[in-house]
Structures are given as structure tokens and as C-alpha cells.
Design a protein around this ligand. Structure first.
Ligand SMILES: [Zn+2]
Length: 141
């Protein structure tokens, strides 16, 4: 491990409240109630075209909707974490769905409907020795 610090893969994906609890930050449309994750950067709701979006903390628990286990490093260099790994679509109780890396001691045991909980994990070490962190969802037994 290098002497670098821990840095998020992208700013604004998650936040820590006063109690030290980590949550993903989404956007909620105050006109139609639609939720988005990651946050809408341009401030326009793609559901109703409304322009009143507010940041909301999302639930840290959800369930697996789809899951794929990858055994070989994909080409193109866009994925810099370790292999094998699992990823899929996670749905939170609020109804918002998005892609996430999935974590389990046994990747093959991850099933549609598995309950998962948010974790912030190192993904890779960058050129300066910084630990680059990302959000993942870990299977809870
Ligand atoms: Zn809307």
C-alpha cells in the first residue's frame, strides 16, 4: 500500500452525516417525486422535465435485481479493480435502481433478490499511491 490518501472515485456520490453514517446521495424531483442515482448534474428531471431537484440521502440497504460475475479483466482499461468481481442492478426501498459492484465471500452465491448493504471499499491504487474508493453493495446473510 502506498503513502497516499483515500479519495472517492468521483465527488458527490456519497456523503457522511453528523452521526458518521454514510449514505449514497441521489436527486429527488420535488415536482413528480422521481428519484435518481447518481445525482442529476444538469438539474433536469428526465421524467417530468421539472427543474426542482433536491439532494436526498438514500437507504443503505437494498436488493439485487440482476447479477453478473466477471472472471476476466475486461478490455479497455476502464475497470481497474481486482478480478473476479460481480456487478449488477441494485434496487433500494425508495424504488431507485442503478448499477453497482457487488461484494460477497462467494460471488457465485449472489442471487436475484439477495439482500445487500452499502459499503465504501477501495477499488484500486492510482499512480500517486492513493486508495481510490467506490461504493459497492455487500450481500448480508
Ligand atoms: Zn420530475
Amino acid at each position: 500500500m502506498g503513502n497516499g490518501k483515500s479519495i472517492p472515485i468521483r465527488e458527490g456520490l456519497w456523503g457522511v452525516n453528523d452521526a458518521g453514517e454514510i449514505a449514497l446521495i441521489g436527486s429527488k424531483c420535488t415536482s413528480c417525486g422521481e428519484l435518481f442515482f447518481p445525482r442529476k448534474q444538469n438539474g433536469v428531471c428526465t421524467h417530468c422535465q421539472g427543474r426542482n431537484l433536491e439532494d436526498v440521502r438514500l437507504s443503505d440497504q437494498g436488493k439485487v435485481i440482476t447479477c453478473t460475475v466477471v472472471y476476466q479483466r475486461p478490455g479497455g482499461g476502464f475497470y481497474k479493480g481486482s478480478v473476479p468481481y460481480a456487478y449488477g442492478v441494485v434496487e433500494l426501498p425508495e424504488g431507485v435502481r442503478f448499477m453497482s459492484l457487488l461484494v460477497s465471500d462467494d460471488l457465485e452465491s449472489i442471487k436475484v433478490g439477495s439482500n445487500v448493504r452499502l459499503v465504501i471499499d477501495p477499488l484500486f491504487e492510482d499512480e500517486e499511491g492513493n486508495q481510490v474508493l467506490t461504493y459497492k453493495f455487500k450481500v448480508v446473510k
